[in-house]
Design a protein around this ligand. Structure first.
Ligand SMILES: [Zn+2]
Length: 72
């Protein structure tokens, strides 16, 4: 029963994987750096405090949202 399993080319896979992750990261980074308006007071000091938590530095409004985008 000497069935040999063919291995996929890891080199090509790694290149593909690395590329998609880079692309996704740059998109996430851009979304993170975006200025957001606080839904409560309208100031642009609305930022992500930690993954899934968004706070307004102006009025202290806190809301749970997506890890990388408040609307996610
Ligand atoms: Zn606010």
């Amino acid at each position: 029963m000497g069935r040999s399993r063919s291995k996929p080319s890891l080199k090509g896979l790694a290149q593909k994987y690395g590329g998609s992750v880079r692309k996704r990261y740059s998109r996430v980074y851009r979304v993170l750096k975006q200025k957001r308006q606080c839904p409560e007071c309208g100031s642009l000091k609305f930022k992500r405090e930690s993954a899934g938590i968004w706070t307004c530095n102006s009025c202290g409004f806190k809301v749970a949202g997506g890890a990388y985008d408040v609307a996610a």
